[in-house]
Design a protein. Structure first.
Length: 328
């Protein structure tokens, strides 16, 4: 089988994005080592369910620990480690204000520990998750990487901003190719239950109320996880002429008003969603929209899954995996 001797380390492997990426590379024949502490930010059953699926592969090895504790990395033993894909983080914009210490430990100290760990294995590439949250309420739409002005409005966005500086410092001192990917609202199979798209489908299929902020006027660039996987795979297999640290937007290059997203989910599910108005949340940005030209030019591609297609795809997945709604 191809790639039989290559090993990839994925942090946050039981999370939504991490699971999808780990699953993809296992299917491609790679050995995947996963690290996840299975925290309870959202019900742990979702992570355990994903982890159970990963463990069905003989080429998957899991470590359950907190990356903010440096000594935990002494447990890890890996052969032929090629790429480190870092997705583990304390996520969520709305809660970050009140749980700052958790975000500092997981997102900032965790990344620093991981970068130190990578030196032990002479890792060739590091790909880490940043976020569109770092842009705050940037008025330039669509947003380019150069529009970043160090003004995130959430503490979560601030930690991701610091992550990029940590990675730049690591690159300067160690000359290892490092990519930071600013994800724009990712969705897809095996979703996080705290995300809006999951909640919409849950509301539709379980006849529950959906909490709507800012009267549905916010606009979001929803990015399908398959696009994330495609770009990470291409970056991992790219042969650069020299080592680099580069930061890229990863979005769908189109956005949608939340009220229109609700209508779209109602259309594909053929269900009416009950709305509960929640007013304005000061930590929510008004609009997000990625300019992907930098990554398209770098990889020589131009691809994205539009929200209409992605929502249909996710609806088909939910129809086949209705039990996913019962994991809480």
């Amino acid at each position: 089988m191809k790639n039989i001797n290559k090993t990839i380390l994925v942090t946050g492997s039981a999370g939504f994005i991490g699971f999808n990426i780990a699953s993809f590379f296992l299917q491609q024949g790679y050995t995947v080592v996963g690290i996840d502490n299975l925290n309870n930010y959202y019900p742990k059953k979702f992570k355990l369910y994903r982890l159970q699926k990963l463990k069905k592969s003989k080429k998957y090895k899991h470590y359950n620990f907190d990356i903010s504790q440096k000594k935990n990395f002494n447990k890890v033993n890996i052969n032929n480690l090629h790429t480190l894909i870092h997705l583990a983080a304390q996520v969520g914009v709305r809660g970050s204000d009140k749980l700052k210490l958790k975000y500092i430990k997981s997102n900032i100290i965790g990344l620093e520990n991981l970068l130190d760990f990578s030196k032990r294995y002479n890792v060739k590439k590091i790909i880490y998750a940043s976020s569109s949250s770092i842009y705050g309420n940037n008025k330039k739409i669509p947003t380019k990487e150069i529009d970043y002005t160090y003004k995130p409005i959430s503490f979560y966005g601030l930690t991701k901003s610091i992550n990029e500086l940590q990675a730049e410092n690591f690159f300067i001192n160690n000359n290892v190719t490092t990519y930071g990917l600013r994800f724009f609202t990712v969705y897809g199979d095996f979703p996080r239950p705290d995300m809006a798209i999951y909640k919409l489908f849950f509301s539709a299929y379980r006849d529950k109320k959906f909490p709507l902020f800012n009267y549905g006027k916010n606009k979001r660039d929803f990015t399908h996880v398959d696009n994330i996987i495609s770009i990470i795979s291409r970056l991992m297999n790219l042969n650069e002429k020299k080592n680099v640290h580069k930061i890229f937007n990863i979005g769908s290059t189109s956005n949608i008003i939340i009220n229109d997203l609700i209508k779209l989910v109602e259309k594909v599910t053929k269900k009416e969603i009950k709305i509960v108005q929640k007013g304005i949340n000061k930590l929510d940005v008004n609009e997000s929209l990625a300019d992907n030209n930098k990554i398209y030019k770098y990889l020589g591609i131009k691809e994205s899954i539009r929200i209409e297609k992605g929502i249909k795809k996710l609806n088909n997945w939910f129809k086949k995996n209705d039990h996913y709604f019962n994991l809480k």
